[in-house]
Structure formats: structure tokens, C-alpha cells
Design a protein around this ligand. Structure first.
Ligand code: 5AD
Ligand code: SF4
Length: 469
């Protein structure tokens, strides 16, 4: 029996036990899209085991927390939630499972055992596929299970998946990270870089296209080094439809009928090779919004962060892409208050923001992560300075976004309609190629279609428009 067959057998076993019991599950997902994609796989398995989803903690017979550990606030959130669910456990024996990146940190699992010992299952980022087996054991003998294992574990293909959306789908193309940026915990919790095989990825995307999905976001901690480690270490992989690199992967997906848009997060600036720039340019379905994490605009800070590029190299990469890719736009991630960041360093960050003119900036206050080199640095920045810099960056970013929004007024944009607007049932919502949210009037029949929309008004976080007839 293959590994996946064994797992599917465990799913069947739990499904049989649960049949006719009208059981419900609640899931909370923290963190990035990679984690959301893992949660979609968890939901796929859980639903096959005869649980239906509920948004209410107190209705649930199974509660799952899929955690993140990139920044400290997620920890506070998890501990708060655990305080909240303790009573359900005591009152009606709700099964409590905690998984994801935070569970790969020893000190967190220790704290859980000490302060929140009522949980049933702890699972890591590479033991997702074992969830049905763990659940089966818990249902049968209620002994707590820890299934965390090594972080470089094999990724099992073919698990069921219950996707959040009908138009857009995320596809993880690689797991782990080899970069060791000095602020980041990810390499310690998600292990070494390994790529999924081209055939598995392309088959998944072709199936998504058949199911009617229009937009694919390729996910990975370092997407543009797809298959690089395999090549460097002579690890055998099977080329499929000419795919042997990130650029060739983009080209192959671009040929899949039914898929209209391709996005990817996140690339690393140091690995942004010319073949990838060419592929973005030549593949008509690849969106021209490039997410290019800056982290800091200061060469000194970048060096301390172990990012392996300078301010000038980042700016010249942007310049090259602006010259080669018509209508290219950029989004980015920035951390303020990294240890040793001086006022001058911070000014460099503002300078890059002014020069590039990002479409969107995800801003973070530096958060010390146990086990990373950044945590051991002596020149930590006081909280009030970090916050003051964050506010200044936010002001600049918002003024730039406002100015950019104005440039959209009167233009005609290709908008992929994603669904009904959350705030108004009579309106539809969609996104431009540059990932701007657009709200417009229209019928449900437009959902999943790319529509030409004239932008009529702008607001900070969305644009309004009218369908062009
Ligand atoms: N503190 C603050 N932000 C962080 N990020 C990663 N680690 C930290 C940290 N320790 C941010 C980076 C990354 C994004 C996903 O989260 O900007 O690109
Ligand atoms: Fe995603 Fe990283 Fe958070 Fe894990 S730790 S959920 S990989 S951001």
C-alpha cells in the first residue's frame, strides 16, 4: 500500500465512526498563504471524515488551530484562543488539535504542555497527512498525540483538498527555505528547500482549470529558486513538458487552457534571473504585478539581515524590469526596526519606497524570534522608535497609494470577477492585473470572467467602476 493509500484508508475509518453523528469542525488559520493552503488540505481531509464546517467555536466537536510563528502577535493570539476553548473541552470533550509552524518550535510546545495541557493533537508542518491517523487514535483512546517530526520530511502528494474559493486557487510549488535571513524563523520550522515535481504541479493546475478555476497563485518561500537545490545537489527529478526551472514552469502553466491569470509569491530579489523576467514579459497570463520583498532599503541593514543584495542592486533590478516588462508594477514586504537600524538606514528605506512607487506595501515591525541570529543581536531598537518609524513609513505608503489610485481614474481595466461584494449583495468584486480590488454593479453570471471595467472613483483600499459595454 502506498503512503497516500494508507492515509485515505484512515480517513475512511474515521468517516465510518462519524457517520450520522452530524459532527462539526472549526478551523482558525494564522499567517501566510502557504498556511492557508495547508488548511485547505486539512479541511479536505476533515470534511471527508464527515465533519461539516462551523464558524462557531461552541458548536464544534473538533477545533483546529493552524498556527504561524513569523511574528510574536500570533503566539498571543493562540494562547488567547486556547484560554477560550478550555471550557468547551471540559464541558463536552471537544477534540483540540494544534498544528503549523509554531508547533515546530520546542519552547512553544513545552509552554503548551505546561499551561494548556488539555489539547489532544499537536502536528507540525510536515505531518499534515498524518492528521486522520492521529484523529483516529484520539477518538479510540484519547491519549494525547504529538506528531511533529523532522522539519525536512517528505511532502505527500494527492491529499484531498477543500478550497476556499471557486475562481482563485493557490498551489504550493516548493516547501522550506535555505536562505536564513537573520530575522526569520521559517528555515527552522519549515526545513530545507525542496520542490514539488513538475508533473505533480502541472497535473494539479490542469485539474483546477477543468474545475473552472481562472487564477493560480504559485506559493513557496522562495519561488524563483524552484528546482535549484535539486539541480545543485544532483537530486534526480523528472522534467515534464519542458519544466526544469521557475521560468519554464511559468511558460508551461501559461499554456494551460482555462487558466487566465498566474501570480506567484514570494520570489527573492537575489534569485531574480533574466529568464524569469523574460517569462513574465512573454507569458500573457502572468500578471505584471511583481511581489519583490525589499525588507530594508539600507545596504547596511540588508547585510545584517543576510539578504545578499544592496540597495543599489535592488533598485537596478526594479529598473531593469520596468524597462523590459510593459506596465509592470511592484508590491513588497518591509520590516522596520531591525537591530542596529539607524535613522539614516530608515531614510534609505523611505528613499527606495519613493523611488519604486509600490502598488502595495506589507509593513511589519521587527519581532524577535527565538533561535534566529537577529534575536541575539545586541543593538535591538526600542519599541517606541520602531512604532514611530512604522507610522512614518505607513504615511508615505498611504500617500503613494492615494496618488496611484488617482492614476486609475478613467482608465479601462481588465478585472477578474471573484464574487459578490461582502458588504453589498448587489455589487460584484474583482481584481485588476495589478491586484487592486474593484467593486462594480453586475450580475452573478460575470463571476469567474474577465470583464473590461472603466474606473469611476477611487478609495484607499479599492476602486469603483462600471462595466464597459
Ligand atoms: N519580524 C517582522 N517581520 C518579519 N517577517 C519575517 N520575519 C519577521 C520578523 N521576525 C516578514 C518579512 C517577510 C514576511 C512574510 O514577514 O517581511 O517577507
Ligand atoms: Fe507562513 Fe512562515 Fe507563518 Fe509558517 S511561519 S505560516 S511559513 S509566514
Amino acid at each position: 500500500m502506498t503512503k497516500i493509500e494508507a492515509k485515505l484508508e484512515d480517513i475512511e475509518k474515521v468517516a465510518k465512526i462519524n457517520i450520522g453523528k452530524n459532527l462539526k469542525y472549526y478551523i482558525l488559520t494564522m499567517g501566510c498563504q502557504l498556511n492557508e493552503n495547508d488548511s485547505e488540505k486539512l479541511c479536505g481531509m476533515i470534511e471527508k471524515m464527515n465533519y461539516t464546517k462551523t464558524e462557531n467555536l461552541n458548536d464544534a466537536d473538533l477545533i483546529v488551530f493552524n498556527t504561524c510563528c513569523v511574528r510574536e502577535n500570533a503566539e498571543d493570539r493562540l494562547f488567547g484562543k486556547l484560554g477560550e476553548v478550555k471550557k468547551y473541552k471540559e464541558e463536552k470533550g471537544t477534540i483540540i488539535a494544534i498544528g503549523g509552524c509554531m508547533m515546530q518550535e520546542k519552547h512553544i510546545v513545552e509552554k503548551l504542555k505546561e499551561s494548556y495541557p488539555f489539547f489532544d493533537i499537536v502536528f507540525g508542518t510536515h505531518t499534515l497527512h498524518k492528521f486522520p491517523t492521529d484523529l483516529y487514535k484520539i477518538i479510540n483512546n484519547r491519549k494525547r498525540i504529538e506528531d511533529i517530526l523532522d522539519i525536512d520530511g517528505e511532502v505527500i502528494e494527492g491529499l484531498p483538498i477543500s478550497r476556499e474559493d471557486n475562481v482563485k486557487a493557490s498551489v504550493t510549488i516548493m516547501n522550506g527555505c535555505n536562505n536564513f535571513c537573520s530575522y526569520c524563523i521559517v528555515p527552522y520550522v519549515r526545513g530545507r528547500e525542496r520542490s514539488r515535481m513538475p508533473k505533480d504541479i502541472l497535473t494539479e493546475i490542469k485539474n483546477l482549470a477543468k474545475m473552472g478555476y481562472k487564477e493560480i497563485t504559485l506559493l513557496g518561500q522562495n519561488v524563483n529558486s524552484y528546482l535549484r537545490v535539486e539541480k545543485e545537489k544532483n537530486i534526480e527529478f523528472e522534467e515534464y513538458e519542458g519544466v526544469n526551472s521557475f521560468a519554464t514552469l511559468l511558460q508551461a502553466i501559461n499554456k494551460i487552457d482555462g487558466i487566465e491569470r498566474i501570480r506567484f509569491i514570494s520570489p527573492h530579489p537575489k534569485d531574480f534571473t533574466d529568464d524569469v523576467i523574460e517569462a513574465i514579459c512573454n507569458c500573457q497570463k502572468v500578471c505584471k504585478l511583481v511581489h519583490l520583498p525589499l525588507q530594508s532599503g539600507s545596504t547596511n541593514v540588508l547585510k545584517q539581515m543576510n539578504r545578499k543584495y544592496t540597495k543599489e542592486q535592488y533598485l537596478s533590478l526594479v529598473k531593469k524590469m520596468k524597462a523590459k516588462i510593459p506596465n509592470v508594477t511592484f508590491s513588497t514586504d518591509i520590516i522596520v526596526g531591525f537591530p542596529g537600524e539607524t535613522e539614516e538606514d530608515f531614510e534609505d528605506t523611505l528613499d527606495v519606497v519613493r523611488k519604486v512607487g509600490f502598488e502595495q506595501v506589507y509593513m511589519f515591525i521587527y519581532s524577535r524570534r527565538v533561535g534566529t541570529p537577529g534575536d541575539k543581536m545586541e543593538n535591538q531598537i526600542p519599541e517606541e522608535i520602531k512604532h514611530e518609524r512604522f507610522d512614518r513609513l505607513k504615511q508615505l505608503v498611504e500617500s503613494q497609494i492615494e496618488a496611484r489610485n488617482k492614476e486609475y481614474l478613467g482608465t479601462i481595466q481588465k478585472v477578474l470577477i471573484e464574487g459578490k461584494s461582502k458588504n453589498n449583495d448587489n455589487m460584484l468584486t474583482g481584481r485588476t492585473d495589478s491586484n487592486k480590488v474593484v467593486v462594480l454593479e453586475g450580475t452573478e453570471s460575470l463571476i469567474g470572467k474577465i470583464v473590461l471595467v472603466k474606473i469611476t472613483s477611487e478609495h484607499m483600499w479599492y476602486l469603483k467602476g462600471k462595466e464597459e459595454s
